[in-house]
Structure formats: C-alpha cells, structure tokens
Design a protein around this ligand. Sequence first.
Ligand code: NAI
Ligand code: PYR
Ligand code: MG
Length: 543
Amino acid sequence: MSPARYPQILDDPLRNRGTAFTAEQRRVLGLDGLLPPAIESLDEQVARSIEVFRRRPRPIDQYLYLRELQDTNLVLYYRLLVDHLEEVLPIVYTPTVGLACQRFHRIFRRPRGLTLPYTERHRLPELLGNRRQPSVDVIVVTDGERILGLGDQGSGGLGIPIGKLALYTAIGGLDPGRTLPIVLDVGTNNEERLADPGYLGWRHERIAGPEYEDFVERFVQAVETELPRAMIQWEDFASHNARPILDRYRDRICSFNDDIQGTAAVAVGALRGAIRVAGSRPRDQRIVVLGAGSAAIGVADEIRQALVDDGLGADEARRRFWVLDVDGLLTEERSDLSPEQRVYARPASEDLSAGATLADVVWAVRPTALLGLSTARDAFTEEVVRAMASHCERPIIFPLSNPTARSEADPADLERWTDGRALVATGSPYPAIQRHGGEVPVSQSNNVYVFPGVGLGVVAAQAARVTDRMLRAGSAALGALSPALRDPDAPLLPPISALRDVAAEVALGVAVAAVEDGVAPERSREDLRARIARARWSPVYPD
Ligand SMILES: NC(=O)C1=CN([C@@H]2O[C@H](COP(=O)(O)OP(=O)(O)OC[C@H]3O[C@@H](n4cnc5c(N)ncnc54)[C@H](O)[C@@H]3O)[C@@H](O)[C@H]2O)C=CC1
Ligand SMILES: CC(=O)C(=O)O
Ligand SMILES: [Mg+2]
C-alpha cells in the first residue's frame, strides 16, 4: 500500500511546522525529501529566524522577511514576535508598517485578508464569504484614507489591519485563524498612487457622501449576516468619516474606533502616571493639544472626563483646553469646526485669536501638559518647549503622532531643552534617553497598549458591544500598572516586553465592565479571569 501524502500541509501556515516536523510526522505525511533532513525544535527555529531577520539590511527588508514567515508558518512567526517583541514591534508596527503601506503595491507577494472594492458593492456578502477563516472573532477594517500620519494610501492601507491583527495575536493572544484584516477600497485621492502604473487598487477618486455611507452600510450588513459575532475595529479613517461611522454603528454592532477611543485610553493612562510624578492632580492641569483630528479630540474628551472625575465642573474642565489645528487655535469665531471640535472653541473675549501660534498659546496659557496629534514633524520647537519649561517644574510633553517622521518632537531634544525635567511619552518608538550616565527608556503612548486587551476582553466575556465604560476600565487597568506610580524616575508605561501581561489586565477590566454594563452574560470576576486565560492562543506546535 502506498503511503499517504499531504505535501499541501507545507503551504498551510496554520498547520505547517517546516523543519520542526518530526521524523515520524514526515513519514506519515509523506514529507520525506521535501524538507532538509535536520529536525529543529521551535526554539531552534526561532533562534535561526531572528538571526536571518537581523541580517536583513533595511527595516523594509525585515518587514518583508516577517511577512514571508507569517505566510509560511504562523506558530514560528508568532513565537518570534512574542520572544522578541521589543525588537520586532517597530517593524511589524509603527514606523515601518507605514512605509509598507506606502509601498504596498511594490512589495505585494501573497494575499492576506480581504480587499472589498466599491465596484463590487452588490456582492459584499459573497466576497466576505470567500474569506479563508470560517469563524472570526475580530475584524480590523480601514478605508486607507488616513494611514498613520501619512495620509491617503488607498488600498495599500491594508498593511495597517494586517499589522494590528498580528499584535492582537502576539500580545492579546487571539487565535490568528480567527482574525480578519479588511480594506474598503473606495478609491484614492493620492495623485502619486493614481499616476503609478503599479498601483493595484481601484484607480478612481475617492467615493464620498451618500455613496460612501451606503458602501459602509453594505459592509456592516454583510458582516452582520456572515459574521454576527465578530468585533469590528475601525482603523485609520479620516476624521470626517471616523467619528460619524463610530457614532452610527457603536450601538448597533460590537465595534470601536481605535484611533479615537484606544488612543484616548492609553494617553489617559500615561497622563495619570505623569500627573502623579509631577506631584499634581488632574484638576490642576492646563492642557494644550496640537491637532484637532479624531485622535486629538478623542484624547481631549477622555482627559476632560478625568478632570471632571477629579472634581472640576463640566464647564471648568472644558476651559482647561487650548486646541490648535492646521488653521490655528479653535475659537468661537471659527466657522469650520465640527460639533466635537466646537466643545473646545475658546471664547472670542479672550486675548488669543484664531491666528495665535503654538508658541503664542504656550506663552499665554502656561500649560502643564502639551500633547501632539497633528502629524506636524518637529512642531514642538525649542522655543515652545523652553517656554513651557520656564514656568512648569515637570512639563508633561507627549508627541504622539506616528510614524517617527511625523513626530512633533524627539525625546532627546525634549530632555535637553528641559534639563531632564520633561515627562515624555511618544507615539512611535524611540531609543532610551541618556541621563546622568544611565539610560532612561522612553514610554510609547500608543494604542497598542490597549486594543489587544480590548479584543481579548470582548472575546472572553462574549460582549455584544464596546461601551465607553469598558474602554475606561481598560485605561484604568493600564494606569494602575504605570511603573512611575511606584518610582517617580521610572517610565510612565510598562515596558513593551510586558505587553502580554498588560493585555490580560486590560482584558479583565474590559470584561468586568462589559458584564456590569449588561452587554455580556453575567459572570464573576474570577470566572472572567479564567476565561481570559483560556481564550489565549499560544504559539506552540500542538501535540
Ligand atoms: N499614539 C497613538 O496611539 C496614535 C497616534 N495617532 C497619530 O495622530 C496623528 C493624527 O491622527 P488623526 O487625528 O486621526 O488625524 P486627522 O487627520 O484626523 O487629524 C490631524 C489634525 O492635525 C492637524 N494638523 C495638521 N497639520 C498641522 C500643523 N502643521 N499644525 C497643527 N495642526 C496640524 C489637522 O488640522 C487635524 O486637526 C497621526 O499622526 C496618527 O498617526 C493616531 C492614533 C493613535
Ligand atoms: C497608532 C495608530 O493607530 C495610528 O497612529 O493611527
Ligand atoms: Mg490608527
């Protein structure tokens, strides 16, 4: 009798083990001769793979190597991510993932996830039905219009959902066979892409208005029919769509916007640590925010709530914010503000006009905290930072824009300009700061501290919605883990290497709040904790 042959197992990243197939498995599956004779353990595979990764010359080459691994052997890929998270995070995620989106069509090798073009709007259930994953816990979807701080990348934006979901698994422990990255290809207004013969997306200007809304509605209906239990994370939509989509669907399906809500949850967590180190209270803060897009307003809204929770009246809390966008300070005289922005408009009676620069505002306001979500590189100039440090003992300065090339400041400059007094957190990773002959790590205030735990909490609790209280509970869980609470010289956020533990705590906060809010079945805290532990997929070859 001829032996069974299953060579196709080598092409299935969920089941492939490559050189880790044992002699017996190779014989039974008919793999002898298809693999090099050496048999490696998973640890040996990881050691060899990280060496190959390190020898790749540029970050984009390292990104491509990891994507190849992801398409070949998921256990090995995720084990490498888990074991070397700090080293590979800047490649899988910001800043390199931004470059990968810009070059998506040049580096395209194998499909991952789904591209849903506007032209196929009548067939979305069918396209969704073509996915490889029969069951899905989490969908991350973008329309590619605001990719990090890099603007419109058209269907190349799919790189972001792919990266986010890799972290859902590596950090949150979600089963990689049950996650689905999606791009809604509604065209692009990026002239460079449209003129590029190599562009692989729909070569058309962006659909907008009712047609766009109808398309998103069709997408949501297709998900409701095909995958009614999946959570949707809205990611990297431009402001004019991000907030309306969130508001339209948050009470109808299990969904949240990572840029608005996830970013706010982590920024508030980091800010609480910084305020404590500064020896201050939330209600004592005066906050200047550069940028008035969806992320900035989402962050300001959550901080405002923290000020109210600390005893300020709603109006007083609102008056503690000065928000600037590309056209200057948000003031009542401006007619171009959305309702969410108008909350922060300064009264016309004040000295500062809409034409005030960031430096003018900082001189006049004497802020305790300066946050950047503007995509404006180096906007926190020496003048601005020195002005702030001249009146504030421990200035809180968070340049949160991504990728690195869009950051409002370099932490090493902030350290110098404030004589080491600034309390800093950045959106993208930075090398440690040199201080008194030692090294001080720079905290990365990025929604990666929150969204994997949100997904894990939602899945473990079987939550049907993502409520504000769930995100606040996740934020509080993160805030409680701030190393700065125990040692004022320590970083504001736990290290990247602790992100898996952070996700478990965030998930517990989220899950408990889901039960309390009545959007998940009744369960005790201990039961939820056990379910979170059980829900986590681990990168090991099953027996
Ligand atoms: N650290 C984190 O976890 C996160 C960081 N971000 C980053 O925040 C940035 C903004 O994201 P969104 O709010 O979604 O984008 P957005 O496009 O909605 O908003 C950008 C805002 O910045 C303003 N702006 C642009 N140039 C400016 C300038 N020169 N001076 C002052 N303001 C300027 C715009 O007027 C707009 O209000 C991006 O770089 C993004 O990567 C976003 C989400 C999470
Ligand atoms: C981190 C993130 O979600 C962003 O920069 O858009
Ligand atoms: Mg984002």
